[in-house]
Design a protein around this ligand. Structure first.
Ligand SMILES: [Zn+2]
Length: 92
């Protein structure tokens, strides 16, 4: 069976055998953005998704997806307060 995924970078819909948040075109971008976010959080550890998004030009949607993937671990409760970034789960 195939999963229908939405790429968090270009919002293209694509199918894959495993759940993924990044299409094959955006894999490189994914790693680059992740490195940027990680570096930013080292400098400003208490940033929330919106601040990261504004500072780096990365959508808050994407930042939150790194959290969902377990690649970013903040655990400080800041992200939970972002009520306005209440996006739907795209998993089918
Ligand atoms: Zn993409």
């Amino acid at each position: 069976m195939l999963y229908t995924n939405v790429c968090k970078h270009c919002f293209k819909t694509f199918k894959s055998r495993y759940k993924r948040n990044t299409c094959s075109d955006c894999i490189g971008l994914d790693d680059a953005h992740f490195d940027e976010i990680e570096a930013y959080l080292k400098k400003y550890p208490n940033s929330n998704a919106l601040q990261i998004s504004e500072a780096l030009g990365i959508t808050a949607f994407e930042v939150l997806n790194y959290l969902k993937e377990g690649r970013l671990e903040l655990g400080r409760g800041y992200f939970e307060r972002l009520d306005e970034v209440n996006f739907e789960d795209n998993e089918v």
